[in-house]
Design a protein around this ligand. Structure first.
Ligand code: SAM
Length: 441
């Protein structure tokens, strides 16, 4: 799905390095991964069954480096830990050994996830198969659900340095062979580690590639349809991203004007889904699988492999006008002459400009962003920041706190952390700022 969801337009392969499902080839891999594809050494499978049948992960000291290993995360460092008794569940992972060591070295790993105080969602039929619905009114920052993913795997196939035996085959045949081998040698062993009920749950998820007949099997098809970005554990080399499939979050449908956002917390090894704007009880909750600020034509192309013809207002009603507005929103934070920092420089330098020069500009964009339903975008965050900075410079603590709070909630929705919120809703934080009241001094 979306941004780090598998960008699964057309899977190509390269002879070496990494191939992502969006067909983009890795050109410069800073650290060449080891060949993995031809044979999967048995030693890489690091889980075994003990005599009472629980899966155990030896916390051995073997240096697996850039080899992929099968592992269950998080897990207590005690060998006797019974994964099946873990109240928060666990994730079957196919990750590099070095990534696993880094995860274990993360300060605070692994604490228990934070859950909403009561159930705030329901999964039920929607216009687009199953969907996730709010069961109460929600507003920006509200935690809707928390879950550990079922599975985490590389977001692209890792290819061996030498695939001589594929020389001479058409690109299509090479891709087919690679997909078959990825499913058989990597994804199937990962899937086999699930409990039988979890296998059934996984297989019941949507698969927009079921009819593709392109070499990928059902496990890969479901991964490509439902995968969500896990940037927190990306390998350092190019295209070293991972993707996760979840029980509940995988049921959330796409909108180009989404109402919620997901974030992955490495320390508790869990996803949070939070509202990014007001959601009414009974409303379907949407996330965006793609970059909402890109033009409708690009979004269409990106969404086609999911078998999505988006019918949201921006894609169907007045596409040209919506494109224009979205381009304007993007330019308002990235365009050179129009950018917020350019306006701030002018405002600070020129005292003849009105006090509300920045505020009027950002308020205009904020209301356009809200009309477009793009509160999830970084443009919204930048304009909220501009409001806070302007009111700080004007020495208006009430409004600095008002917009600071929304800004803090935006960050909470995007990274699951409330430290900025706590600062920004504190009047003293703004009054300590070096720019406090600077416009009047
Ligand atoms: C990650 S799943 C979402 C949950 C899915 N509806 C289900 O029943 O499990 C992605 C699939 O849902 C459907 N879908 C999601 N958003 C959609 C939309 N805006 N319009 C049409 N279909 C959509 C597509 O079939 C897509 O491949």
């Amino acid at each position: 799905m979306r941004r780090g969801f598998l960008k699964n337009a057309k899977q190509k392969h390269s002879k070496e390095g990494v191939t992502t499902f969006d067909g983009s080839r890795s050109e410069a891999i800073s650290k060449e991964p080891k060949p993995l594809f031809a044979e999967s050494p048995a030693g890489l499978v690091s889980t075994y069954q003990n005599d009472v049948g629980y899966k155990l992960l030896p916390h051995d000291a073997v240096d697996y480096g850039d080899d992929l290993i099968f592992t269950s995360l998080p897990i207590s460092p005690f060998l006797t830990e019974k994964l099946a008794e873990s109240p928060d569940g666990w994730t079957e992972c196919l990750i590099t050994g070095s990534r696993k060591r880094e995860i274990f070295a993360t300060p605070g790993f692994s604490k228990r996830p934070v859950y909403p105080p009561e159930t705030r969602h329901a999964i039920r039929p929607s216009k687009f198969g199953l969907g996730v619905f709010a069961t109460q009114d929600l507003s920006i920052g509200d935690l809707i659900l928390t879950e550990r993913p079922l599975l985490i795997a590389p977001a692209g196939m890792r290819m061996p340095g030498e695939l001589g035996y594929l020389e001479g085959l058409s690109e299509e045949d090479q891709t087919r062979i690679c997909r078959e081998a990825w499913e058989k040698n990597f994804l199937k062993p990962l899937f086999d580690r699930f409990e039988p009920e979890t296998q059934a749950e996984y297989m019941a998820l949507a698969n927009s590639h079921a009819q593709d007949n392109d070499g990928g099997g059902p496990i890969l098809g479901i991964l490509r349809t439902n995968g969500i970005e896990v940037s927190a554990i990306a390998d350092p080399w190019d295209k070293g991203q991972y993707t996760a499939v979840c029980r509940k979050i995988s049921r959330i449908n796409h909108s180009c004007s989404p109402s919620a956002e997901t974030s992955f917390d490495l320390v508790s090894f869990s996803y949070q889904l939070r509202a990014i704007r007001n959601i009414k009880a009974g409303e379907e909750i949407f996330i965006s699988y793609c970059d909402g600020l890109s033009p409708a034509a690009d979004r269409k192309k990106f969404l086609a492999p999911y078998q999505i013809t988006c019918t949201c207002t921006s894609c169907s009603l007045d596409e040209a006008a919506s494109d224009e507005r979205r381009r304007g929103i993007l330019n308002s934070v990235t365009g050179k002459e129009q950018s917020i920092s350019h306006h701030f420089d002018s405002w600070f330098a020129d005292r003849s400009l009105p006090d509300d020069y920045m505020i009027a500009n950002s308020l205009r964009w904020i209301s356009m962003i809200e009309e477009e339903g793009l509160q999830v975008s970084f443009a919204y965050m930048h304009h909220l920041q501009a409001m806070v900075r302007s009111y700080t410079a004007l020495g208006d603590v009430k409004n600095a706190v008002k917009y600071g709070k929304i800004l803090g909630l935006w960050h909470l929705s995007h990274d699951g952390k409330d430290d900025m919120l706590r600062e920004l809703e504190d009047p003293a934080y703004h009054q300590r700022n070096l720019e406090w009241n600077s416009r009047h001094s």
